[in-house]
Design a protein around this ligand. Structure first.
Ligand code: PBG
Length: 324
């Protein structure tokens, strides 16, 4: 490589036209996925206090948000359900008439261009808020697999393009793939939350999804924040079990993991910029500490540059408006 003064890196930064020409990483609305929270009723739009601009909505209102997202060129939506009733095993998760299933059917009918992804987990549906059934004070892995499979099949039956298990049980991707195939849904995509780290960044989400654990925490199933070799093992397991795409979550504090997963697997990688990452940017902007739009775009660009093909973000619409 030539050195200064024959090589002057500043030459390529002299004008915006030059900077654009040699920019390595582009952010496009089609790479963004917007999370949506659906509950029963009509005309319902219940704002979530800790997440400015995010709301729980009924299906009719959700369709308005989804049409807006599609018009902005956003790639897809990720649905979370708030059920009317919760119980110990989360039965509403595989109720074909629950809010998520209704929303999927409505979306496939009314907004066919959007990829519809459903979050497959039990924590929104169990009265104890854990991601599986409880035995002896902890989540029983193998007893949970069949329930997750039922939930995924119900989502696929409603028409979901992609099911995204976020529970972090061992073996769930294989169980879900087998159940989908056995029920005639061989074309349904699995996006596994493969490297999902336990931690404080999900705080605001638990208000949004009403899914906070009623005792303990999720450290016996979600990953320890210090581990990236283990993240690669989780990712390889899920790919081996049939995952079509893999996710790293949260995104910002785990950019190195995103990078390794992309570099070492070559699989389509999604990264989830989670509720706490979103809330921090919103709160700092509200206090006048940062320029919200620029920090938002830079945070998303960093996640893409690390290696994410797809970004799940509550900023999807705001970012798409700026990118247009
Ligand atoms: C369900 C689930 C969670 C998130 C996505 N799916 C919460 C959790 O694991 O506690 C978090 C999303 C966010 O914080 O934005 N298991």
């Amino acid at each position: 490589m030539p050195s200064y003064p024959s090589y002057r890196p500043r030459r390529l930064r002299r004008t915006e036209a030059l900077r654009r020409l040699v920019r390595e990483t582009w952010l496009q609305p089609s790479q963004l996925v917007l999370p949506l929270f659906v509950r029963s009723g009509t005309g319902v739009r219940q704002p979530i206090e800790s997440m400015p601009g995010v709301a729980q909505t009924s299906v009719d209102e959700l369709l308005r948000d989804a049409r807006d997202a599609a018009a902005l060129g956003i790639g897809g939506v990720l649905l979370f359900g708030i059920p009317d009733t919760k119980d110990a095993i989360g039965s509403d998760a595989w109720n074909d008439d629950a809010p998520v299933q209704q929303a999927v059917r409505a979306l496939k009918r009314e907004v066919p261009d959007l990829v519809v992804i459903t979050d497959v987990c039990l924590c929104e549906y169990t009265d104890h808020g854990h991601c599986g059934v409880i035995r002896d004070g902890d989540v029983d892995n193998d007893a949970t697999l069949e329930l997750l499979a039922r939930e995924a099949v119900s989502h696929a039956r409603a028409g979901a393009d992609v099911v995204a298990p976020s529970d972090m049980m061992d073996g769930r991707v294989r169980a879900i793939r087998a159940a989908l195939d056995a029920n005639g849904f061989g074309g349904t995509v699995i996006l596994s939350y493969a490297a999902k780290f336990a931690g404080p960044f999900y705080g605001p989400f638990r208000d949004a999804a009403e899914s906070a654990p009623q005792f303990g925490d999720r450290r016996s199933y979600q990953m320890d924040a210090g581990n990236s070799d283990e993240a690669l093992r989780e990712v390889r397991l899920d790919i081996d079990e049939g995952a079509d795409m893999v996710m790293v979550k949260p995104a910002g504090p785990f950019l190195d993991v995103i990078h390794r997963v992309k570099a070492e697997t070559g699989y389509p990688v999604a990264a989830y910029q989670v509720s706490g990452e979103f809330a921090m940017i919103q709160a700092a902007a509200e206090r006048g500490c940062i320029d919200r739009d620029r920090v938002m775009i830079e945070s998303l660009t960093g996640i893409r540059r690390a290696g994410a093909d797809v970004i799940i973000t509550y900023f999807a619409r705001d970012a798409a408006r700026i990118l247009k």
